[in-house]
Design a protein around this ligand. Sequence first.
Ligand SMILES: NC(=O)C1=CN([C@@H]2O[C@H](COP(=O)(O)OP(=O)(O)OC[C@H]3O[C@@H](n4cnc5c(N)ncnc54)[C@H](O)[C@@H]3O)[C@@H](O)[C@H]2O)C=CC1
Ligand code: BAL
Length: 504
Amino acid sequence: MAQPVEISITATGRKVTLPTGLFINNEFVPSVDSSDVIQCLNPATEEVICSVVAGSAADIDRAVAAARAAYNTTWGKNVGPVERARLINRLADLMERDRDVLAELESLNNGKPVRVARDFDIGDSIGCLRYYAGWADKITGQTIEVDNKTKLAFTRHDPIGVCGQIIPWNYPINMWAWKVAPALACGCTIVMKPSELTPLTALKLSELIVEAGFPAGVVNTVASLGSVGGAALAAHPDVDKVAFTGSTVTGRKIMEAAAKSNLKKVSLELGGKSPHLVFESADLEQAANWAALGILYNTGQDCTAGSRLFVQDTIYDKFISILVGKAKEMVVGNGFDEKVSGGPVVSKVQYDKVWSYIESGKQEGATLALGGQKRPGKGFFVDPTIFTDVRPDMKIVRDEIFGPVLSVAKFSTEEEAVKLANDTSYGLGAGLHSKDADQCMRVSSALEAGTVWVNQYNLLYNNVPFGGKKQSGIGRELGSYALDEYTSVKAVHWNFGEKLDWPF
Ligand SMILES: NC(=O)C1=CN([C@@H]2O[C@H](COP(=O)(O)OP(=O)(O)OC[C@H]3O[C@@H](n4cnc5c(N)ncnc54)[C@H](O)[C@@H]3O)[C@@H](O)[C@H]2O)C=CC1
Ligand code: BAL
């Protein structure tokens, strides 16, 4: 195992050669001590696409050693910022060249529409690489005057070192770019662990790492189970930082492993149960478009999914009727059909989880305004589902479902809306719609979230920071803020004149 396989993409007739090994030191290799494989499925058809090598803890050791050697000999110490920028830009160019094939592979393995993968996920990822390529030679410290005649101090923002990066399955390419781009710009080396559900595009991107000309060991990719490779990375004594996107449960385990091993730096981008508020002055058509996008984009498998909608009582019935109409227009199906805007959920496990929440919503007495019926046939499809008149104690209101399932409740005053919105252990995203600018300002400051969207929802930009409060995470990705996650500040104190009297 570790030989490339040829995949035929039936819908487009394209044949893609895919590496299946572990990518260490710029080569695809078998595991050192395991014959385990990861079987990759197409969630739209439930067919097996191919199998790839499942890395072991020993393989993580080998990848970390490669990343450490590259950090000490090339990337971290001897490759200057201008060259780092050139190579990151070259990688972006190669992604641009291979955009169609990457989009098709992403859709095959994750289920999302090819169109969405190509135009949004990959477009944003190319932008992310270019954005951080621009930062590579602009990472500067400060000069701090201590005593103007004899002493000064300056700071250096050194690369933090070897980074373990553990990414999820909902945006495989995009989360890869969010992690890899700032780390490379700062001079860090990487061991990437893609989700075991969607490793294919991370392996394909590894080929581009070689083609772009990165020195061996700068980026290593180990497909592996979370409980094996992910846990090994989080606990590794020679990893300086771990960056993670995924569930809050796993985020806790990662933090614990970091604390119990070498106290490595940790950044966590975790779950959410994001509130979305619609006030009576809002443009109702627009608010309904954004609310539908907020819960249905990526089939609701989005950490910022606007899964709790609160609507002012004076417009409640009218708004629900507009929203249900919008959600009905969503075309759900196989992502290779260009008309489709919602694919299946990623796996049988996720499908069963989402359906168990839909059943619990019915049992707990929420009103089903849309969806709630299983489709016959193959594929992990869940149609848009809207529950109205929900209560704050219901499981569908409290838990992250990660599917196209919306809970809607009404409020009468602004104060009540904010209280309902903040009644969650999460704090990732929040949205509000209102034409009253004072209200927008008041409510956006009162909402406990790392991102608040006003009169829009779910749009992210590479130059704007992203991350969570409360149990939605620690640290920030994107923007200049992400550079702090991959650098370590060193203060250098410089004496050019003070004599020390002895004894002092
Ligand atoms: N914030 C987000 O973007 C995401 C949230 N989720 C939430 O998590 C739920 C469960 O999905 P999962 O795929 O099971 O999420 P997960 O958090 O377990 O998986 C995310 C990544 O963590 C790795 N991982 C798993 N266990 C690990 C461990 N002990 N140590 C280190 N790494 C580990 C996985 O292999 C994967 O690469 C979803 O239903 C959703 O609610 C899932 C994916 C992304
Ligand atoms: N939409 C931002 C990244 C995430 O869902 O994980």
